[in-house]
Design a protein around this ligand. Structure first.
Ligand SMILES: *Cc1c(COP(=O)(O)O)cnc(C)c1O
Length: 406
């Protein structure tokens, strides 16, 4: 992989027409260790957030020994880079053949259910493979209510009374049982975890079976850009949030229990930035070589403020406008799809033009993993960049919440 000091250096040297992922391995390691320092239990990285081999390898180097996996492809990706790592199979709804593969081929012994039919499937495989259920920890996933940018409780999780029954049934069959929840991604309310812990406590007290582990899921917010035209949201910093979580864990009586967290976004968001090129400027629209079907689907939802830095092409000698004036541009993606337009404008210097580049920061989470081959555009070029995005010159731009007219 080619290595550069800054994304600007990479753009000047490569003059790329394809999007370039700038990997910042030291940021990934630092953000990983920071989270692990805050969390008093096992850190199980959620592989779906970004399952690139270079990410999994770097995480293993940073000391991650546990991975949250959901599919055969994820089992394999983890096993390839970290043969000794523990895998937690934390998808509540599974194909029976995938359960078998997990238990038989990958030796996975930790999983999750939110319905009795999933217990039936699991037990069929456990019996067929002659595994002692006491060798397995099965979590029951609780429904949660809270405020996150991406809510998941409508899709997964058992209500409290149902969770009590599931725990009792698992325990009768001989499994070790745990409780888990996942509050959604990029939480927006610091009390979200406490509400989930209160619910876990209620379920534990009613179930009357020994609970061996508590898994608090993911959802920890990553730092994104700030739109200077808006008040910064009053979400506490990560260290405050984690201190609050540790306090809540103790307060709800889970302090002496082995704990697991499944962070994704908070660990990997800042580990990548993306260099895109302006293929055409048409008035206040910029047509770029990436978009919602490639690296920018997460920003398309409009819930995240991505910071952006202007990288002017020095070959452009004549420019119109005032480079100190920051104005909004509508950003259109590379595909022929009419919905491939970012939901938020990017604010950039008025002088931006066809042929210039833009470095978009903090795209490490849910962007590489969600890219498609739609229309044949599939960004897949990586360089290593040593200067973290947040340490370079201040970003000029950001994707704002303000919508703009055509
Ligand atoms: C996606 C997911 C995570 C990671 O969520 P982040 O918000 O990226 O931290 C953790 N646990 C489960 C069960 C998930 O589905």
């Amino acid at each position: 992989m080619q290595r550069f000091n800054t994304a600007r250096d990479a753009a000047m040297k490569l003059r790329p027409d394809d999007p370039i992922y700038c990997f910042h391995p030291e940021v990934l390691k630092a953000d990983t260790r920071r989270f692990m320092g805050f969390f008093p239990g096992k850190t199980a990285y959620a592989v779906k957030t970004n399952g690139e081999e270079l990410v999994l390898k770097t995480l293993a180097e940073a000391g991650v020994q546990t991975f949250d996996v959901a599919s055969p492809a994820e089992f394999k990706a983890v096993r390839n880079v970290a043969p000794d790592a523990e895998m937690l199979y934390m998808h509540p709804i599974k194909a029976q053949s995938d359960i078998r593969l997990a238990l038989e081929t990958y030796g996975i012994r930790v999983t999750v259910v939110d319905h009795e039919d999933e217990i039936t499937k699991l037990t069929r495989v456990v019996r067929a493979l002659d595994i002692d259920p006491g060798q397995m920890t099965v979590f029951v996933r609780l429904q949660t209510k809270g405020h996150a940018a991406y809510e998941l409780s409508k899709k997964f999780g058992a209500g409290p009374a149902h969770a009590v029954e599931l725990l009792q049934r698992l325990s009768r069959t001989g499994y070790k049982v745990g409780l888990c929840f996942h509050v959604g991604s990029q939480i927006e309310d610091p009390d979200t975890y406490e509400r989930a812990l209160a619910s876990a406590d209620w379920v534990r007290n009613r179930a009357g079976v020994p609970i061996v582990e508590l898994d608090v899921g993911g959802g920890f917010p990553a730092e994104y850009g700030h739109d200077p035209n808006r008040k910064t949201p009053n979400l506490p910093s990560l260290d405050e949030l984690m201190a609050q979580l540790r306090g809540d864990i103790t307060e709800w009586g889970f302090g002496d229990m082995p704990l697991v967290a499944e962070p994704g976004r908070v660990i990997v968001a800042r580990a990548f930035s993306l260099i895109v090129r302006v293929l055409l400027r048409k008035g206040r629209r910029l047509y770029i070589n990436d978009g919602i079907w490639a690296s920018l689907s997460d920003s398309w939802t409009g819930k995240i403020t991505l910071p952006a830095r202007f990288i002017p092409d020095p070959a452009i000698r004549q420019r119109n406008g005032d480079e100190t004036k920051i104005v909004p541009f509508k950003v259109c993606g590379a595909t022929c799809d009419s919905v491939d337009i970012l939901s938020r404008p990017f604010w950039l210097p008025e002088t931006v033009d066809t042929g210039d580049w833009i470095e978009i920061g903090h795209i490490g989470a849910y962007s590489l993993s969600l890219r498609t081959r739609f229309n044949g555009f599939y960004p897949d070029t990586f360089v290593q960049v040593d200067t973290p995005f947040h340490e370079g010159d201040a970003p000029q731009g950001f994707a704002s919440l303000e919508t703009m007219a055509d």
